[in-house]
Design a protein. Sequence first.
Length: 195
Amino acid sequence: MNEINDSTLYGEFLKGDNTAYDKLMLRYGDALTMYLKGFLYSWEDAEDLMIEAFARIMVRKPRIEEGLFKAYLYTTAHNLIARFYRKGKRRKVFSLEGFEEYSGETGLDPAERADDSNPYESVWDDEKKRIVRKCLERIGDDMREALWLFYFEEMSYKDIASIMNVSFKKIDNLLTRGRKRLKEELEKEGINDAY
């Protein structure tokens, strides 16, 4: 089955097809909420800002270049986070606290999730994920956000630079330094096969 690309869906929405916009929300809503939760203290705030990001685009109907809907959406969300913290005067910090709660990783026993694989491998995989999250928490906020957008959201350097409002070179530096710091932190935890 061919998946309709973002630009086509957004174009259909601009022509009056609200179901196309619903598809975009289904496509990006959960991932955007997870990204927002990295900055916020509650899932409710993250969900509210996710809805507000989509609502802003829906109401304003901006002209978005071909292939850049996701980057535009995340930039909108990033700007809403900045506004949220200006209003509340709290410092913006990208955190992975609560990741397990959202992703459902703690919901099932590892042996139940194993699907014919070795349950011990599943337990070890869960432990490695926990260690990676712990190590990510110990590196700088900007590096952590850049790594998240690159690896988990699969965004390009250009899109990340646009979202974080920094240069392409700065993203390259953040990712390079972030990978190095993450590797060092993982080695401290006894994981030497990270790269």
